[in-house]
Design a protein around this ligand. Sequence first.
Ligand code: G3P
Length: 218
Amino acid sequence: MKIFLDTANLAEIKKAVDIGICDGVTTNPTLIMKEGKDYKKTLKEICSIVKGPVSAETVSLNAEGMVREGKEFAKIAKNIVVKVTMTPEGMKACRMLTKSGIKVNTTLVFSANQALLAAKAGTYLVSPFIGRLDDIGEKGTELIREIRQIYDNYGFKSLILAASIRNVEHVKEVAMMGADIATMPFKVYEQLFNHALTDKGIKMFLDDWQKLQKQLKK
Ligand code: G3P
């Protein structure tokens, strides 16, 4: 499973790229608003740091507008993927952009049927929002299992990008359910590395190493 960062924060992206585990980045208007910077300039900077796909979200509500915005985004860098919303107009835009060679990420997907439609429209990525389903009392990660089964049944090539990930348990569950990609906030990414026994083990090894140095000096 590929690991993407769901952020527009350059410092966070640089840290993950430096570690060497950052297969791509997803952004949206909310994340850009948090940074308070120009969207296109920020995308350009992100694309210069990350080799993998970088999703840029359109804000038009009609297909023509989404295509126009998408074509502008696509000029920024080769690894730009254009986000369109899961609506009839969004799917029209998805077909048009895909036909012109631009990769699409269909966002705001909350049901398996929506994911089926996105695959039929030729989307490159489909983004089911699991955390927001949890918020309304559903089991968000179940949606990943359903989409996986449908895509496998019919050989759809669209990649399942589990989005709206809120914790490390989500990451494990979507990996077990066969998501192709998980995109997550940097906070969750950092937590993936942690385990209390790892910390305890490091301390124990270092303590013993110090003891050995003392013994050798005697
Ligand atoms: O980028 C889309 C998605 O990951 C947003 O997550 O936490 O705002 O539901 P969240």
